[in-house]
Design a protein. Structure first.
Length: 368
C-alpha cells in the first residue's frame, strides 16, 4: 500500500508564521536502568489538532523531494504509534513496537539540511519524513547511527517557495537500553550527539547547551551553608537556596539548564510506575500557559506559544502516555496489545472530548 507524504500535507503544517520553539524533552531511569522518556509540545498560532495514530509494519512510503521528484522508498520493518499534526501523517513524537522512542523538536535558525544531488534520489528523503522513517526502521540508536550517514536529508524546494523555509527540526531518539542520541543537521552536515545528559530543548545545538552548563556548576540540591561576615550571621531564607540562580525563563538555554537540574536530582525510583509519576511532575514545570509567550510585531499582531500536549514513554514496557491542555488526565496505550499487522493507518483524537475529566468526590463526603 503506497503512502507518499505529499507536499500539500506539509504546507498545511508549516505554512503558518507560527513557531514551535519551546519544546522540552528528557530521559530519566529507574534503578535497574529502565528509561522513561518525557516531552512537552509547544506550538504557536493555531491548533495542532493532533491525533494518536497507529502505523502498521510493512507499510510502503516514498519521499517527495519537490518539483515532482521522488526520493527513496522504504517499507516499515516495525509498526509504531505516533502523534501527528493537523490530522496529517507528520510524526512529531512516537514509539515503535520494539520500544524505540523518538521526539521531534523545533530547531530554528540553526537547522540547515543537505543539498539535493541529481542521481542520489534512491538514498534521499525530505527532512520532515525522517521521524517516521526512523520509527519504522530501527530498534536501537546504534542502528540509527550506522544508517543515517548513508542517507541524504534535504528540504522540499517546492515547500520552501510556499512558506519561505524548511521546517527546522532536530530529533531525539532513545532505545530500550537507555541509550539516547540527538540528531541535528547544521551547515549541510549531519551531527549525531550522544545524549548523555538525557535532555534536549531547542536552539542552539546540543553541544552548545552542554557547554553552557559550565555557567551553573554552583547549583546544588542541598541548601546553602550559613556564613558569617564581620560578625553578621547570614543564613538562607529557606529551602532551595542551593538552586539560587537556576534560570526560570522560557528560553531554550534556560529550559535546558532547568531540565538537567530536575532530572539529575531526582531520588532513585525502583519501578517504572514511580518513574512515570516523577516524569509527569517534571514535565509540569515546563508547561507554558496561553498568553505568557507572545511572538510578533506588536500587541495587535502576534501569535502565542503554549503547551498543547505532553507525552511519556515507558520504553521497556512499551507503554505510551499523553495528556493535553484540554484534559490533564493521563491516558495510555500498551503497544504490546496492539495489532501492527494491519493494512491501514488508524487514528484517534488525543481528546475524545475537549474537557477536563474531573473526578467528583462530593458523594464521598455526603454519606452522613
Amino acid at each position: 500500500m503506497k503512502k507518499a507524504l505529499l507536499a500539500s500535507i506539509l504546507i498545511l503544517v508549516f505554512s503558518s508564521q507560527a513557531t514551535v520553539n519551546a519544546c522540552t524533552s528528557f530521559v530519566i531511569k529507574t534503578t535497574d536502568g529502565s528509561p522513561i522518556y518525557g516531552r512537552t509540545m509547544e506550538w504557536g498560532s493555531f491548533d495542532l489538532q493532533s491525533e494518536l495514530v497507529l502505523v502498521p509494519r510493512n507499510m510502503s512510503f516514498t519521499s517527495e523531494l519537490g518539483d515532482g521528484k521522488k526520493g527513496m522508498s522504504w517499507n516499515n520493518k516495525f509498526g509504531f504509534v505516533a502523534i501527528n499534526a493537523v490530522k496529517k501523517p507528520f510524526v512529531t513524537d512516537g514509539m515503535n513496537e520494539i520500544g524505540l522512542t523518538l521526539g521531534v523538536l523545533y530547531f530554528p535558525g540553526f537547522a540547515q539540511y543537505q543539498s539535493y544531488e541529481a542521481g542520489a534520489e534512491p538514498s534521499t528523503m525530505n527532512n520532515v519524513e525522517l521521524s517516521a522513517y526512523i520509527l519504522g526502521q530501527f530498534k536501537t540508536v546504534a542502528e540509527i547511527k550506522a544508517a543515517l550517514p548513508k542517507i541524504r536529508v534535504i528540504y522540499n524546494e517546492d515547500l520552501a517557495k510556499v512558506f519561505g523555509a524548511p521546517a527546522p527540526l532536530h530529533l531525539v531518539a532513545t532505545d530500550s537500553t537507555g541509550e539516547s542520541i540527538v540528531i541535528e543537521y547544521e551547515n549541510g552536515e549531519l551531527h549525531i550527539y550522544d545524549n548523555t545528559l538525557g535532555v534536549m530543548t531547542n536552539a542552539p545545538s546540543y553541544d552548545w547547551h552542554v557547554l553552557n552548563l559550565r555557567n551553573y556548576p554552583q547549583l546544588d540540591s542541598y541548601g546553602g551553608t550559613p556564613k558569617e561576615i564581620k560578625g553578621v550571621s547570614l543564613a538562607p531564607f529557606g529551602a532551595g537556596a542551593g538552586m539560587l540562580g537556576l534560570p526560570g525563563d522560557i528560553t531554550p538555554p534556560s529550559r535546558f539548564v532547568r531540565a538537567v537540574a530536575y532530572t539529575s536530582t531526582t531520588l532513585p525510583f525502583d519501578t517504572t510506575d514511580k518513574g512515570i509519576n516523577e516524569a509527569s511532575r517534571i514535565l509540569n514545570n515546563f508547561d507554558i500557559p496561553r498568553g505568557l509567550v507572545r511572538e510578533g510585531e506588536s500587541a495587535e499582531k502576534y501569535h502565542l506559544n503554549f503547551t498543547q500536549w505532553s507525552t511519556i514513554g515507558d520504553i521497556r514496557n512499551k507503554r505510551y502516555f499523553w495528556w493535553t491542555e484540554h484534559n490533564r488526565r493521563m491516558r495510555m496505550v500498551d503497544l504490546k496489545e496492539l495489532n501492527f499487522a494491519g493494512n491501514k493507518i488508524i487514528s484517534t483524537p488525543l481528546d475524545e472530548v475537549r474537557k477536563e475529566d474531573i473526578d467528583d468526590r462530593t458523594k464521598a463526603l455526603s454519606s452522613q
